[in-house]
Design a protein around this ligand. Structure first.
Ligand SMILES: [Zn+2]
Length: 314
């Protein structure tokens, strides 16, 4: 199998204090996530951790720019390897402004993979009403969706949900039934969804999965709701890690800014975000990651600059 990368993006998760009153990470029952950090909870005191299968790297989303990091500029930094907040002079979001859209149109990781003759995809799917809103201009795409479209790649729709070639943003598919009114779309157990996510990622050199509900809970949810979401993600990762072969590529988890880890207020935080890197070669990549702008260079180094990598030689 060709070496590939799966990037799991969770919107709005940062590293906060060990406070059960305000931080879901301080209370959630997440044995799989903790196995990636030598049993330590994902907090601001955790620091860099080298575990059996993962390196955990606290990562700077502030990028030297004052204010609370935002989604559009943070996601664009992740997907371009550029200091977007510095380039546009502010943290901006949730949807990209013209300056960010113009940068994404010129260059982003989806485009670079395609330009090298590789394959890339956003592996969650959206319902018809989302596509209608984007196509009619009623809704602006988020930065990662815009980056995909600028590479000439499709936003997936309901056909891929039915075929199992893409997942729901909640992984397990409940939202398609409860929120969207479908009665016959697939429902997965969390571990099964994680396994499926890995299987889908193998179809591409670069697969991106985005989960935005963590930021929604961060803005208006409770600690119990946050813990429930983290426990769902833990189950997904249990299945994903079972299926994932450490020699097949890199599996990366990261975020654009903090939010969920401090429910004492409804705003984003200025905390570091967690980046978790799984797979052979993780230590080399991890050592280069300090800010969100280091993720894309790390992925490109892994896919294209290592000697003997099949992705380089077809
Ligand atoms: Zn937000």
């Amino acid at each position: 199998m060709k070496s590939h990368v799966l990037l799991i993006f969770l919107d709005g998760i940062g590293l906060g204090t060990d406070d059960p009153q305000t931080n879901p990470f301080a209370v959630a029952n997440t044995p799989t996530l903790l196995s990636l950090t030598n049993g330590r909870r994902w907090l601001n005191s955790t620091g860099i951790q080298y575990a059996e299968r993962a390196v955990f790297v606290p990562t700077d989303p502030r990028l030297g720019v004052n204010g609370r990091p935002q989604s559009a500029s943070g996601q664009a930094a992740i997907l371009t390897g550029k200091n977007i907040p510095e380039m546009i002079g502010e943290h901006y979001g949730p949807r990209p402004n013209p300056a960010i859209r113009s940068i994404l149109a010129q260059d982003n990781l989806f485009k670079r993979v395609v330009a090298r003759g590789g394959t890339a995809a956003l592996i969650e799917a959206y319902p018809p009403r989302f596509h209608d809103a984007i196509n009619s201009g009623k809704r602006l795409a988020s930065s990662y969706q815009q980056a995909l479209v600028e590479a000439g790649l499709p936003l997936f729709g309901e056909d891929k949900i039915y075929s199992g070639e893409a997942l729901s943003v909640d992984w397990v598919g409940k939202g398609w039934r409860s929120e969207l009114g479908y009665t016959d779309t697939p429902i997965y157990e969390p571990a099964e969804a994680g396994k499926r996510m890995v299987e889908i990622s193998r179809q591409y050199d670069f697969a991106f999965f985005s989960h935005w509900m963590s930021d929604v809970v961060g803005h208006r949810g409770t600690v119990a709701e946050g813990a429930e979401l983290l426990e769902l993600f833990d189950g997904v990762m249990a299945g994903a890690l079972d299926e994932w072969d450490d020699d097949e590529g890199l599996l990366i988890i990261t975020s654009d800014h903090g939010n969920l880890e401090d429910l004492s207020h409804k705003k984003h935080t200025e905390n570091d975000v967690p980046t978790v890197i799984i797979g052979a070669g993780r230590e080399e990549i991890a050592s280069s990651i300090h800010t969100l702008a280091d993720i894309t260079p790390g992925i490109e180094t892994f896919l294209y600059d290592r000697s003997g990598n099949e992705a380089t030689h077809g």
